[in-house]
Design a protein around this ligand. Structure first.
Ligand SMILES: [Cu+2]
Length: 345
């Protein structure tokens, strides 16, 4: 009997060690995550929250067309709603985040957030409470909150810096307060009273949050509707062509062994020639990527960004390039979600 007990105990210890490691890995993900505005919600937080597990449901196209075009454009960006950041901006936000790209934080991965249209808007009074969430307890060097000026039309215009009025600058503050019990947020929220007089109808509340631990900057657009103004047209204008039609990316698992895996990605140009590509991979099970080849690869938690290198960015229409990654996994090794953004020739 004891000869059976020993291996069984060994298995039990191994199982406990594995579940502990899995727990640590899973637990590390919220800590690496960051945050955004949650009320009124930023475009990316709202779309992620509403459609996260149902993002291919075609009903979204009519119920929530702006989220639909964002999910269609880049699902990986929506899953990483908490990672819309730019590093090392040195407080020169307009230099990194040009006019027309404010809602996407100047990051092409999030370009769909800049598309004007009928984003779901929260009804607010001219004085309202704005709340953001800090998952990783970064605190802030500052949060600067802006509201668009009267006359700006979020249905038809892309947001520019000159469209905005600064209504709040918090200055530095530490991460403070109780951790929320919400499993997705899992951090601390900060609320501010915002006063935006003289405005009616649809507007955008834009914010820059510079984190307290590093020169790490978050950008976020929340859609609101002040009392008065004209209601939204019932027939929306047709959405402009997608920003991400220039290429597609396909994953193929090339190998898997204890703790490790290798995968190959094939990038295919669309109906026009391109001169560069960026593939975003979001790994569902806490995998991390170590080595890579034929691409410049950077990782931010589960989100891995791969850019072409000098010799494989220029592709004729329909032509392909490929790159590979090697990484580690534990417990479950699900395939990543991929999206591809091209630079036009
Ligand atoms: Cu962070």
């Amino acid at each position: 009997m004891s000869s059976l007990a020993t291996p069984r105990r060994r298995i039990t210890i191994a199982a406990i060690a594995l579940s502990l490691l899995t727990f640590l890995l899973i637990d590390a993900r919220p800590a690496e995550a960051h945050g955004s505005a949650i009320d009124p919600p930023s475009r990316h937080y709202e779309c992620a929250r509403r459609w996260d597990t149902d993002w291919q449901n075609p009903i979204m196209a009519t119920q929530d067309p702006m989220c639909w075009q964002a999910w269609q454009g880049n699902p990986a960006a929506m899953w990483t709603w908490n990672g819309l950041i730019q590093d090392n901006v040195r407080d020169d936000h307009p230099a990194r985040v040009p006019d027309g790209q404010l809602c996407g934080g100047g990051d092409p991965t999030y370009a769909a957030l800049d598309t004007p249209g009928r984003w779901r808007a929260r009804d607010v009074a001219n004085t309202f409470t704005w709340t953001m969430h800090d998952q990783a307890r970064h605190g802030a060097a500052y949060v600067r909150i802006y509201v668009s000026k009267q006359g700006f039309d979020p249905l038809t215009q892309r947001l520019r810096w000159s469209d905005l009025e600064l209504v709040k600058d918090t200055g530095p503050f530490p991460a403070e307060g109780p951790t929320t019990t919400d499993p997705i947020l899992n951090g601390v929220s900060y609320s501010y009273e915002i006063s935006a007089p003289g405005r009616t109808g649809r507007h955008i509340v834009f914010a820059v949050w510079r984190a307290g631990h590093a020169d790490q900057n978050y950008y976020m657009c929340s859609d609101v509707r002040f009392p008065g103004g004209t209601p939204d047209p019932t027939t929306p204008p047709p959405p402009p062509p997608g920003e991400n039609d220039g290429c597609t990316a396909r994953w193929s698992a090339a190998g898997q062994w204890a703790g490790g895996f290798q995968g190959d990605v094939t990038v295919t140009a669309g109906q026009a020639a391109i001169r560069g590509w960026t593939v975003t991979l979001v790994f569902p099970d806490g995998q991390t990527v170590g080595q890579s080849w034929n691409a410049q690869v950077t990782s931010d938690g589960p989100r891995v960004t791969a850019r072409n290198v000098g010799y494989n960015g220029d592709l004729a229409a329909g032509a392909t390039a490929s790159f590979g990654v090697m990484g580690t996994w534990l417990g479950v090794n699900g395939a990543p979600a991929l999206s591809c953004t091209a630079t036009a020739r």
